[in-house]
Design a protein around this ligand. Structure first.
Ligand SMILES: *Cc1c(COP(=O)(O)O)cnc(C)c1O
Length: 219
């Protein structure tokens, strides 16, 4: 399945005009597909599996910014800590503390997004508002919380999706003062192939798009 470079050009033009960062989600796709978008100057890529990410990072150009967007187990942080650009799915203080520890070991600050539970689905991960407020009170030296991330319900009902994104934006604004900026605007990572336009309307500044660019994935 070839990379859809035409769709890529359309999407990147649309996102750049709105100051939204595109994370091209390349999970399960071969390195050649990543290279095809890299050659069109795409630099942010997202992966869900630690081993796959580590393998691809080794094979591909060093100026790629790798985003870990999957569910991360504490015992696997060490494999991506030396190079990962942004970890999107931080959903516990325990995980944040492990990232901090690995950041210290690697003598770098690792940027993180806290994942917020916004969907009405048991299968999704994330913090609720109370847990978010609690995690934000912890100041760690080598794991920097620079924004929030969320996934809307898997549904055809776009009103549901919109209201979930709207809720996440409300939390983001409410807690913006505690999110570390480092002169950059704080990051709100929401929106995928099926709902990124709605996410942007609701205030997203980073979208994670896979199947629109790389084709559908085999299960
Ligand atoms: C796979 C994945 C995406 C991309 O999904 P598409 O529907 O293919 O765009 C985005 N975010 C997360 C967390 C994912 O796991």
């Amino acid at each position: 399945m070839a990379v859809n470079t035409e769709v890529y050009q359309e999407i990147i033009a649309e996102l750049q005009s709105k100051n939204v960062t595109l994370v091209a989600v390349s999970k399960t796709k071969p390195a050649e597909d990543i290279k095809a978008l890299y050659d069109l100057r795409q630099r942010d890529f997202g992966e869900n599996y630690v081993q796959e990410l580590a393998d691809k990072a080794e094979q591909l150009p060093k100026d790629i910014r790798w985003h870990f967007i999957g569910h991360l187990q504490s015992n696997k942080v060490k494999y991506i800590a030396p190079f990962v650009h942004l970890i999107h799915g931080v959903d516990s203080l325990k995980l944040l503390e492990e990232i901090n520890k690995q950041g210290l070991k690697n003598n770098r600050i690792i940027d993180c997004l806290l994942q917020i539970y916004i969907a009405k689905e048991e299968t999704k991960f994330g913090l609720d508002e109370e847990e978010l407020a609690n995690v934000l009170t912890h100041r760690l030296t080598n794991a920097r919380i620079c924004g929030l991330m969320g996934m809307a319900s898997f549904t055809e009902n776009m009103n549901t999706v919109r209201s979930e994104f709207n809720y996440l934006k409300t939390l983001f604004d409410k807690h913006a003062g505690l999110i570390t900026h480092n002169s950059q605007p704080a990051t709100l990572s929401m929106g995928m192939s099926s709902d990124y336009k709605i996410a942007i309307e609701e205030g997203s500044n980073m979208v994670r798009i896979g199947s629109l660019l790389f084709g559908t994935r085999n299960p």
